[in-house]
Design a protein around this ligand. Structure first.
Ligand code: SF4
Length: 367
C-alpha cells in the first residue's frame, strides 16, 4: 500500500454501490446505474482486493475486474445466461457431466468476490441457492459413485473455499472414499481475493487419503499476487498441493503482451503452472470486457516470443451451448503443402513451421 491512492485496509467486504462510492472506488455520479447493476448481479469487494485498487487510476486493472459498471446492463446479441451450457449436461443438481472421465461438482453459489465478467453470473451470489441441500448433496455423491468412469471431480461453484475447513474436509473424505475418484481438483479465487482464508485448517482440509488434490487458481493480473496472496499460495504448495492457473483474457486488464507476460511469470514464480487462458464467455453484459479471438491469438504469439514454455497457458474457448473447451491458440505448423524449395526446380510436399520470431521454415515429411 505504498502508492498514493491506496487506502487503509477495510474491516469488511463491500457489497453495496454506496459503500463503493464512500470508499472512493466508484463515482457518486454513477451510483444510480450501479444500483441497477447490483440489483441484478452480485457485488463483493474484499478488504484485501479493495486495498490493491489504485483509486487515482481510472483504468486500474484490479478495479476493472471487481467494481461494477453500467455497461453490464447492456446485453449483446449472442450473450446467454448459461454461456458454456452447464445445464444441458447436468444429470442431477450440482453435477455437470460433460466429458466422460470427469464431472464438475458445484457445491456453493457464493464467492469471496464477484468478478464482473463471470460466466456463471446469473447463478452466483447471495439470493441464489447458496449451497446444495443435504439430499441434493447425497444424490450428487450417488451419481459419482454409480459412474465408474469418473476419475476426476472438479469442485467449483461459486468458490468451494468459501466452505468452512470442517465441511470441506468432510466433502473431500466423501469423494476420496469412492475408489474410482483419484483426482479432486478445486477451482478458486480465494488465495488472491481473501488470502487470510487459507489458514492451516483450510490447507489441512484439502489434503485427503485416497485421492490427489489439485488446485486451479484464478487470477488475471500480476498485481493480484500481493505479498499475502503469495504467502497463501506458498502455504498450499508447501503442503504438497500441485497448482495450475486459470485466467480470462480481459480487455483493459491483461489484453497486452507485457501484462500477460507479467501475469504468467507471477504464476510460475509462485510454483503454479500456467494452464488455461480463457477467451471471455458470452455472459450477459460482459462485452466491454471481451477481446476478439484474433487478438487473443496475436497475444499468444507474442507470449511465445517473450517467455519460456513453462509460462505458456493454452488459449481456450468454451464453445457456447455445452460442447466443451477447445484450444484456439495460433498454429505454428501449416498442413503439408506442395512448395518449391530454394534452388529446387520441382515442387515437393513440405510442412511450413513458424518459429517464435514469426519466421517460416520448411520441414520435410516422413519418407
Ligand atoms: S470467483 Fe469464479 S465463480 Fe465467483 S464470480 Fe469470480 S469467476 Fe465467477
Amino acid at each position: 500500500m505504498s502508492r498514493a491512492g491506496f487506502a487503509k485496509k477495510l474491516e469488511r467486504t463491500l457489497r453495496e454501490p454506496k459503500e463503493l462510492v464512500a470508499q472512493g472506488l466508484a463515482r457518486a455520479a454513477d451510483l444510480a446505474g450501479l444500483e441497477r447493476v447490483a440489483a441484478r448481479y452480485a457485488v463483493a469487494v474484499t478488504p484485501h482486493i479493495a486495498g490493491l485498487i489504485d483509486r487515482n487510476d481510472p483504468a486500474d486493472p484490479i478495479a476493472r475486474q471487481f467494481i461494477p459498471s453500467a455497461a453490464e446492463l447492456v446485453a449483446q446479441a449472442g450473450e446467454r445466461a448459461d454461456p458454456i451450457g452447464d445445464d444441458a449436461h447436468s444429470p442431477v443438481a450440482g453435477i455437470v457431466h460433460r466429458y466422460p472421465d470427469r464431472v464438475l461438482f458445484k457445491l456453493v453459489h457464493v464467492c469471496a468476490v464477484y468478478c464482473r465478467f463471470c460466466f456463471r453470473r446469473e447463478m452466483v451470489g447471495p439470493g441464489k441457492d447458496s449451497a446444495l441441500s443435504d439430499s441434493a448433496y447425497a444424490a450428487a455423491l450417488d451419481y459419482i459413485r454409480a459412474h465408474g468412469e469418473i476419475w476426476e471431480v472438479i469442485l467449483t461453484g461459486g468458490d468451494p473455499l468459501m466452505l468452512s475447513p470442517r465441511r470441506l474436509a468432510e466433502i473431500m473424505a466423501d469423494l476420496a472414499a469412492i475408489d474410482h475418484v483419484r483426482i479432486i481438483r478445486i477451482h478458486t479465487r480465494v488465495p488472491v481475493a481473501d488470502p487470510e482464508r487459507i489458514s492451516d485448517a483450510m490447507v489441512a482440509a484439502l489434503r485427503v487419503e485416497g485421492a490427489t488434490t489439485w488446485l486451479a487458481l484464478h487470477a488475471n493480473h500480476a498485481r493480484e499476487f500481493s505479498a499475502p496472496a503469495r504467502a497463501a499460495v506458498a502455504r498450499l504448495s508447501d503442503a504438497g498441493i500441485p497448482m495450475v492457473s486459470q485466467s480470462v483474457l480481459l480487455a483493459g486488464v491483461n489484453d497486452n503482451a507485457p501484462a500477460l507476460e507479467a501475469l504468467m511469470r507471477a504464476f510460475v514464480e509462485c510454483r503454479i503452472k500456467p494452464y488455461y487462458l480463457h477467451h471471455g464467455d458470452l455472459a450477459p453484459g460482459t462485452a466491454h470486457l471481451r477481446t476478439t479471438l484474433a487478438h487473443g491469438q496475436d497475444l499468444m504469439r507474442q507470449l511465445r516470443g517473450r517467455v519460456s514454455g513453462l509460462c505458456q497457458p493454452d488459449f481456450v474457448l468454451d464453445i457456447p451451448g455445452g460442447s466443451g473447451k477447445s484450444p484456439v491458440g495460433p498454429s505454428y505448423l501449416s498442413p503439408q503443402d506442395s512448395v518449391v524449395g530454394p534452388g529446387e526446380a520441382t515442387a515437393e510436399t513440405r510442412y511450413r513451421v513458424t518459429d517464435y520470431c514469426g519466421e517460416v521454415h520448411l520441414y520435410p515429411p516422413q519418407p
